[in-house]
Design a protein around this ligand. Structure first.
Ligand code: GLU
Length: 431
């Protein structure tokens, strides 16, 4: 029932995910001439909670699961960020993901801080009942640190609107008040927002489209490879395809599926995944050839590469083989520091994760706003707001990159860190 396909982690053992993420921050902090006080108040996570959750399994056993919730920063608003269900989740990874949320919310200018949650589990190996028990236990354990004005969860890798329904129900049964804004990414029937399901993919599409507008090239006809075919990858492929791009390859844990004529129909692939739960066997229903190693998708000769799986995919050892002319990061942290430097040296632009995949949290924010008003908007209205917010964010990052002659990634951090630092200083050192 995984909402996101997963590709194995390959973190360098000597460096944690959070430490790696900090290196981008440090470079941007140097450009901004931040002093040590400013760095101290915005860089590290403020609260990390670890819970051990006993859950009744279908066979009568009790299994202990480990879960995390990290609030990285709340200077600009309540914590915001998804819950990841994945066997390799660690506290360090959740801290990095919460860190990215702080700067993601800041770069798009929505009034939220950064947070993230994680549970060490393989959702594809749990029954629906076990998954529900685990989700409810997680919310009950973390009740004190969650809330619509405190810290608001949402889906991430391995979770989906159904899981958010259980999060909502458990929280509301404890609070005894109707507060739909406690969680976002809910189904429409539970006061979710129109457009939220595909929002991250739509944001990726808007960013790629804006990039082409800035460089004065036509998006139509450009070839695209998408790594990962969960929520982010599938909707990115779908919307880019609708925008006239040609999908040359898609992948998930089962392999990479390449169309030499670059005409994969994302609808067909989504239908296949809905029936089969993965892309396994897609080479039998579409005119594609299968590459057994899914990571080879990163090395294809395409215009746009959308890594939309997990972190640490484009690394020092494979970056030289990357041939795409533009990288649009649908996943969080898919490119590590060394690889990012290499791409910058080779003049391959990267639309960085904190900007490129911010469509999801932006529509989460719109969902939260609608929940607080009790008034619901059409999908057209939501998409129009999303497009305006994404374009404005993209343009401010683009301008900063041009003015300072830095990469889009560094520019996104410069814009975002500045906003968090200003909010922190205006509030004073009490938060
Ligand atoms: N998990 C998504 C992200 O990494 C969405 C978070 C949210 O909507 O709060 O941005």
């Amino acid at each position: 029932m995984s909402a996101e396909s997963a590709v194995g982690h390959t973190t360098t053992p000597s460096q944690t995910v959070f430490a790696a993420a900090e290196r981008f921050f440090d470079d941007a902090a140097a450009i901004l001439n931040l002093n040590l006080n400013q760095i101290a108040i915005v860089k590290k996570p403020r609260r990390s909670v670890i819970v051990q959750m006993p859950v009744f399994m279908d066979d009568g056993r009790i299994q202990l699961f480990e879960g995390f919730r990290v609030l990285h920063n709340k200077a600009r608003g309540p914590g915001k960020g998804g819950i990841r269900f994945h066997p390799d989740v660690t506290l360090d990874e959740v801290q990095a993901l919460a860190f990215w949320m702080t700067f993601k919310c800041a770069v798009v200018g929505i009034p939220m801080g950064g947070a993230k949650g994680g549970v060490v589990c393989d959702p594809s190996k749990l029954s629906n009942r076990e998954l529900e028990n685990l989700t409810r236990r997680y919310v009950a354990e973390l009740y004190d640190v969650l809330g619509p004005d405190v810290d608001i969860p949402a889906p991430d890798v391995g979770t989906n609107p159904q899981v958010m329904g259980w999060v909502l129900d458990t929280y509301l049964m404890h609070s005894r008040k109707h507060q739909p804004g406690i969680v976002t990414g809910k189904s429409i029937e539970l006061e979710g927002s129109e457009g939220r399901l595909g929002a991250t993919g739509r944001g990726v599409e808007y960013c790629v489209r804006r990039f082409y507008k800035h460089v004065g090239k036509d998006l139509r006809g450009q070839t695209v490879a998408v790594q990962g075919f969960g929520n982010v990858g599938s909707f990115s492929a779908l919307f880019l395809h609708q925008d006239g791009c040609r999908i040359a390859a898609i992948s998930d844990v089962t392999g990479a599926y390449v169309s030499d004529s670059a005409d994969i129909d994302p609808h067909l692939a989504m239908e296949h995944v809905r029936k089969r739960r993965s892309l396994d066997g897609f080479e039998r229903v579409a005119k594609v050839r299968k590459l057994a190693n899914p990571r080879e998708i990163l090395e294809l000769d395409v215009e746009v590469l959308v890594p939309a799986a997990l972190e640490n995919q484009i690394l020092a050892d494979n970056v030289r083989k990357v041939r795409a002319r533009l990288i649009a990061e649908g996943a969080n942290g898919p490119t590590n520091y060394e690889a990012d430097k290499n791409l910058a040296e080779r003049g391959i632009p990267v639309i960085p994760d904190i900007l490129c995949n911010a469509g999801g949290v932006t529509v989460s924010y719109l969902e939260w706003v609608q929940n607080r008003m009790g008034l619901y908007w059409s999908e057209a209205r939501v998409n129009a707001d999303l497009e305006e917010i994404m374009n404005r964010a993209f343009d401010s990052v683009w301008l900063c990159a041009q003015e300072r002659k830095i990469s889009l990634r560094l520019a996104a951090y410069v814009v975002a860190i500045q906003r968090v630092v200003i909010a922190s200083e205006l509030r004073g050192l009490y938060h």
